[in-house]
Design a protein around this ligand. Structure first.
Ligand code: HGY
Ligand code: MN
Ligand code: MN
Length: 405
């Protein structure tokens, strides 16, 4: 089955008719349909499908117990109204690269697996990379059990509704010990390759980033009869904090975003009692990230105090700086340089990935495919067909160089 037919089959799953964006959230019907698609791709290719204790799917060629496996893959879940490429491009390209290697009659000397990591975006439960963090022991089962979505549905209940056992969650060191290298192909979430004119690039590092929830608690009251001086309106310090985040990010050459806000009770004619805002902050280094978050929090406390509003700040997700394995990165550059006689650019990213989570546990690397506009986490996300085909060829070359004679 070619790249195009796989892509066409996956494309409609979880796509919202109104926005054209994707709503493939963990343990929902769309997630189930994506998993069924993954299972079908594995079975079509005679790969042994395994679902691990954390719900990640693994399609194996060869005996996993032999160890030193080469693994590739990514995720199929999305952010709210995300694009078609973020995640799926890595998995469709992995199956297409295997098809290419079989067409080349490549002889595998190491086990190969294609993986679908669950809940990478954290769109429903707020924490990024749940499937890979659990497997790597960076998230405990107890912490995962405490996660709940905006409707109060806990992760265990959501897993059970999808037919999975939440009591099985936990670290999987044996599985990771049997992996020699993980290479994730991903659409670039930026324009570096567009600016250099390259179809494919290699990742060097992931900048540190995290998510913080700011809860501003004021006093519900009548919008029409309450004097301004008598209000404890949480919306005001929230609004001032959003502007402060922009100022702090600009000062530190970082990025900070309040992309999600929840207002309770949400009446048009009522001063709210609670305004919760989620800050996503990312910076070139830990020091500047800490400075941005501290600056935003200080501003938020000052504004909350000025309005008689209480504030609590909770860090909900955090990923320290990731430096991808130098030897594997250089091996990819050697393989691709040999195949194309070109120097493949090496670039950093501000986007988190499962490859970043596993990087502390085993050699990981990433391939990026050019994104002509750099737009991502949006229905407008795109990649040219030729560049996707070049990505498949590059991944096939890398997998052949790592796992075949
Ligand atoms: O948020 C991120 O950087 C990734 O897309 N999960
Ligand atoms: Mn993403
Ligand atoms: Mn992604």
């Amino acid at each position: 089955m070619s790249f195009h037919s796989m892509w066409a089959e996956l494309l409609p799953i979880g796509r919202a008719a109104d926005s054209g964006g994707y709503r493939r959230f963990a343990w929902t019907g769309a997630d189930t349909d994506c998993r069924a698609w993954f299972r079908q791709q594995a079975e079509t290719r005679g790969l042994a499908l395994e679902t691990d204790r954390n719900g990640n799917q693994w399609a194996w060629l060869g005996d996993p117990a032999a160890g030193n496996a080469v693994v590739t893959g990514s995720h199929l879940d999305s952010v709210p109204d995300g694009g078609a490429f973020d995640g799926p491009l890595g998995i469709v390209s992995a199956f297409a690269a295997l098809d290419e290697l079989r067409a080349r009659d490549a002889r595998f000397t190491r086990p190969l697996s294609i993986v679908n990591f669950g809940d990478e975006e954290g769109a429903r439960f707020g924490l990024a990379c749940v499937g890979s963090r659990l497997t790597a022991g960076q998230l405990t089962a107890e912490q995962a059990h405490r996660l709940a979505d905006a409707d109060g549905v806990t992760l265990p209940r959501a897993m059970e509704a999808a037919g999975y056992d939440p009591d099985a969650l936990g670290p999987d060191p044996g599985r990771l010990d049997r992996i020699g290298a993980f290479v994730e192909l991903h659409v670039e979430q930026g324009r570096a390759l567009d600016l250099t004119g390259d179809r494919v690039g290699i990742a060097s590092a992931i900048r540190p980033h995290g998510r913080w929830r700011f809860d501003f608690r004021g006093e519900a009251n009548h919008a029409g009869t309450t004097r301004l001086a008598d209000r404890r309106d949480p919306m005001l310090p929230y609004a001032e904090t959003v502007l402060a985040a922009r100022r702090e990010a600009a000062l530190a050459d970082a990025v900070a975003t309040f992309g999600r806000v929840r207002v309770e009770p949400g009446g048009v004619n009522a001063v709210p009692s609670l305004v919760s805002g989620w800050l996503d902050a990312r910076a070139a280094g830990q020091g500047s990230l800490d400075a941005v978050v501290a600056g935003v929090e200080e501003a938020a406390r000052d504004h909350a105090r000025a309005h008689g509003v209480d504030l609590t700040v909770v860090r909900e997700s955090f990923t320290p700086v990731v430096e991808f394995d130098h030897a594997l990165r250089d091996e990819l550059a050697r393989i691709l340089g040999r195949a194309t006689e070109l120097t493949v650019p090496v670039l950093g990213t501000g986007a988190g990935h499962d490859a970043g989570i596993l990087s502390g546990r085993l050699p990981t690397a990433m391939l990026f495919v050019r994104n002509p506009t750099g737009v991502s986490h949006s229905p407008a996300e795109s990649a040219a067909e030729d560049d996707c085909v070049a990505g498949v060829a590059a991944l096939a070359d890398v997998l052949e160089g790592l796992a075949c004679t």
